[in-house]
Design a binder for this molecule. Structure first.
Ligand SMILES: Nc1nc2c(ncn2[C@@H]2O[C@H](COP(=O)(O)OP(=O)(O)OP(=O)(O)O)[C@@H](O)[C@H]2O)c(=O)[nH]1
Length: 194
């Protein structure tokens, strides 16, 4: 594989999980922790997968883990940590709360990002952006450093301010990118699957 095609995947597993009241990535969906569903979706694309977390409970996953460079800076801080750590130009960055994500969607995102000269390429639908299903260029590191310095920690406005490309999913794919933040959302997901 050529160097330009190399990609590192980072899964953000930090934060407080206030709404879920349990470590989100370790919550079970159809008998398996969210994080495992996500890793299985990434594996056919790259085995270079790193978790961004200081929570030792994720050691059961058996993947390398790195700690946030700054505490309590939310996903913006997690992305900063990932980009600072990364040795590759392109970095697939995902949240840990999207258990229905598929290899097909991620592969399409990664393939599209190769064709595009943008700091970040991420999924969207007609109503929402999904910047936590995105490919981030290492060159975006300074933007994230500046955002942390000025305490601008909202991710959507930040990615919309820098050079970006959105890859729109169709209405059938919407359920695949749904992030699950609470027990109620998990329950409705399980019910939908019945
Ligand atoms: N590494 C890292 N990841 C984070 C941090 N905050 C949130 N995340 C991750 O970012 C993704 C989206 O998180 P949010 O839903 O915004 O926040 P959360 O803390 O998980 O949940 P709430 O407390 O309910 O808002 C999830 O994958 C989180 O694990 C952080 O400070 N560091």
């Amino acid at each position: 594989m050529e160097k330009s095609q190399e990609i590192t995947a980072y899964v953000l597993c930090g934060g407080k999980s206030v709404r879920m009241q349990a470590e989100k990535g370790l919550v079970l969906y159809r008998g398996k922790p969210f994080i495992r569903w996500i890793i299985e979706a990434i594996m056919p694309i790259t085995s270079n997968i790193i978790l961004v977390t200081s929570n030792g409970d994720y050691s059961l996953v058996g993947l390398p883990m790195i700690e946030d460079s700054y505490e309590d800076k939310g996903p913006v801080g997690g992305i900063y940590t990932a980009l600072k750590h990364s040795k590759t130009v392109r970095n697939l960055i995902l949240s840990c709360d999207i258990p229905k994500i598929t290899t097909e969607l991620l592969r399409n995102l990664c393939d599209e990002s190769e064709e595009i000269e943008a700091s970040v390429t991420f999924l969207c639908d007609a109503k929402n952006d999904y910047p936590l299903i995105g490919v981030y260029n290492k060159s975006a590191l300074q933007t994230f450093a500046d955002a942390i310095s000025s305490n601008k920690l909202k991710l959507c406005p930040l990615v919309n301010m820098i050079s970006h490309q959105k890859i729109c999913i169709n209405s059938d794919q919407k359920s695949l990118v749904q992030n699950i933040n609470s027990k109620a959302e998990l329950q409705s997901l399980n019910l939908l699957d019945l």
